[in-house]
Design a protein around this ligand. Structure first.
Ligand code: F6P
Length: 359
């Protein structure tokens, strides 16, 4: 089914979601690529806040093109299936490893495979899609023979899979790009989001014109309902999350930054071992998540295209920022679909201290 595809980076059209942008033309520091200020409430948010508004209704109210709405419908359909299976996986014996090792050299869990199939099978049905890139697939899938779709979807079907066997929060992360922008920098993203499978299943969707919005799954009707937005990440926070067992291999700059975070009266530590949940906390409450390069992960551990860049896009749309220590994540031009990166993401005040914006 999968065909090897060579992605050509570079060209960039205006966002399919179009119009005024939280990412363009509103950069508080004026520096290249550092993202923008959080978007203010629009008439769409006001309307959606007054009624019980489903995610598809929100996108229609927001005037999003029908192809984009179809794409998000397929993504959230897959996520609903994943959420449903996660609820019963322990009861139905679906936990545990497959015995395979993925392209990243990591143990594949049965639910990693299941979630990947859910996403791929649903997305194959979407005429809006022409390319798929998944953490679980060695090569990108080029569907142009079947679909003449205008979007590429890059996704991590289950992020934080070490939490699977212990019934803690997990997530699916996705980014929408134009097919010709798969290997463009983070500004080549049209929209990005994640679904967090926690006590509630929440879809977080960032769109340039409408900011970052939360939609909570009501399992009794099987719909994601608008619950909050546009979300603004606090300018600073009181917690940071990192795997401190790796601290001995961090750069002196990162080590000094974390030392500062831990200074008197500053931040406490919150780390669950699953990026989506840890990032979600920071999006709501402010603070920093970091997985910098270390001895074992010389290029960093996280993947640029379907982990770091989508979360950097969401952070920028909410007024936050993400760097790899020196560069804004949004400015990094990938050279490979499974490229890794350091990621330090969160509130502006903290991130600007580590990596002052270039003027
Ligand atoms: O995708 C990788 C991931 O599972 C993230 O969700 C998480 O933040 C990180 O790795 C955890 O890594 P570690 O177990 O090394 O702390």
């Amino acid at each position: 089914m999968g065909l090897l595809v060579v992605f050509v980076g570079g060209s960039r059209r205006d966002s399919g979601t179009g119009g005024a942008s939280c990412l363009r033309g509103r950069r508080p520091d004026g520096g290249p690529g550092s993202g923008g200020a959080a978007i203010e409430q629009t008439a769409v948010h006001e309307r959606a806040g007054m009624l019980e508004t489903t995610l598809p209704e929100f996108l229609a109210l927001a005037g999003e093109p029908v192809e984009f709405r179809a794409l998000i419908r397929q993504v959230t359909f897959a996520a609903k299936r994943v959420a449903a299976v996660l609820r019963v996986a322990g009861l139905q014996g679906l936990l545990g490893a497959t015995g395979e090792v993925n392209v990243q050299g990591e143990t594949v869990q049965r639910l990693d495979e299941y979630a990947n199939e859910m996403f791929v099978n649903n997305l194959l049905r979407s005429p809006a899609i022409s390319d798929l890139v998944s953490e679980e697939m060695r090569e990108g899938m080029h569907l142009a023979q079947h679909n003449k779709g205008e979007f590429a979807l890059l996704f991590d079907p289950i992020d934080g899979s070490s939490n699977l066997d212990v019934n803690l929060s997990l997530g699916s992360i996705f980014a929408v790009r134009r097919p010709q922008d798969v290997l463009a920098d983070g500004h080549g993203q049209i929209a990005a989001g994640y679904v967090m499978y926690g006590p509630a299943t929440v879809c977080v969707l960032a769109m340039p014109r409408h900011g970052v919005n939360f939609f909570t799954l009501d399992p009794s009707i099987g719909e994601f309902l608008f619950t909050r937005g546009p979300v603004r990440m606090p300018d600073h926070g009181s917690a940071y999350g990192a795997n401190e067992a790796n601290a001995g291999g961090w750069s002196p700059k990162v080590a000094a930054f974390v030392e500062w975070l831990r200074g008197p009266g500053r931040h406490s530590t919150r780390y669950s071992g699953a990026l989506v949940g840890d990032f979600h906390r920071i999006l709501v409450k402010g603070g920093v998540y970091l997985y910098p390069a270390d001895r074992e992960h010389a290029q960093g551990k996280l993947r640029l295209l379907y982990e770091a860049a989508p979360l950097a896009f969401i952070a920028a749309c909410a007024g936050g920022r993400a760097v790899d220590e020196a560069n804004d994540i949004m400015d990094i031009v990938p050279t490979a679909i499974h490229q890794r990166t350091s990621l330090i993401i969160g509130s502006r005040r903290e991130i600007d201290r580590l990596a002052p914006p270039r003027g």
